[in-house]
Design a protein around this ligand. Structure first.
Ligand SMILES: [Zn+2]
Length: 260
């Protein structure tokens, strides 16, 4: 394809595939269907859990599932097939939610979440990434940027498969592939905002997000952002503005969504 065709392709893709993020109303380009995304999520989830060691601590597992179900109810996605698992790995500070509602926490993040409210902060944030389809958005961007013709084929529905490897990278699941792709600041900020709303709707006071991020900064700060212990920070880059932004959102979100 000649470079001069790239812009019309992008414009056509945008017009054909523009969708809106729930709660924030931001428009984004989506070349992957929710069905395909969920199917890939399910497949990656199975593969990841097969390789992982699952926790046998029933109290902790029950707590993850309790919080998960409450946030899932607030997310109001009957098409998702929710699952919540706890991976036994004290060295990994991480948690994620794949499309279709497939959630994993690593035991390494539990000292930082500390209690049910802290788990709700992370659960809300991770589920927010899935609701806002940030991974699919990254895949779509990658498809247009890297494989323009494939994107066009998807658009024309002549080909519906996602190029291999794009998916794992887009969801930060590259741990096994030696690649960890961070979410952008824009996606982080959006997941923070939607996460607070989900928490509040689920009956958790979103003010706990401030303390959680403070603990996360303290726990990972000493080890450095590039420490293998701090995968959460590597895939969810933070900045000094996060606390400020959360504090600024809190009054409105609490007034609108928090009914304890
Ligand atoms: Zn994030």
């Amino acid at each position: 394809m000649r470079p001069s065709h790239a812009f019309p392709l992008l414009a056509a893709a945008w017009l054909a595939a523009c969708q809106t993020v729930p709660y924030t109303g931001r428009s984004h380009m989506m070349l992957v269907s929710q069905g395909e995304e969920s199917q890939l999520g399910e497949q990656s989830y199975k593969e990841t859990l097969t390789k992982a060691t699952l926790s046998t601590d029933s109290a902790k597992i029950q707590l993850i599932r309790k919080v998960g179900m409450r946030i899932a109810k607030a997310a109001d996605r009957p098409d998702f097939r929710w699952e919540f698992n706890l991976i036994q790995d004290d060295k990994t500070i991480n948690a994620w939610c794949l499309p279709g509602g497939k959630v994993a926490f690593y035991t390494g993040i539990l000292p930082i979440t500390r209690d049910e409210d802290g788990i709700a902060v992370v659960m809300g944030h991770e589920i927010a990434h899935a609701l806002a389809r940030h991974g699919a958005e990254r895949m779509s961007q990658g498809m247009v940027a890297g494989v323009g013709e494939k994107a066009l084929n998807v658009l024309l529905a002549t080909q519906t498969s996602v190029p291999p490897g794009v998916y794992q990278q887009a969801y930060g699941l590259g741990m096994n592939l030696g690649v960890l792709l961070p979410f952008s600041r824009k996606h982080e900020s959006e997941a923070d905002e939607i996460g607070l709303i989900l928490m509040a709707k689920a009956g958790y006071d979103p003010v706990h997000a401030l303390a959680f991020w403070k603990r996360m900064a303290a726990a990972t700060g000493g080890a450095g952002e590039n420490s293998p212990l701090a995968q959460f920070i590597r895939t969810h880059p933070t900045d000094g503005k996060r606390q400020e932004q959360i504090a600024a959102w809190l009054p409105d979100i609490k007034a609108k969504y928090y009914k304890p």
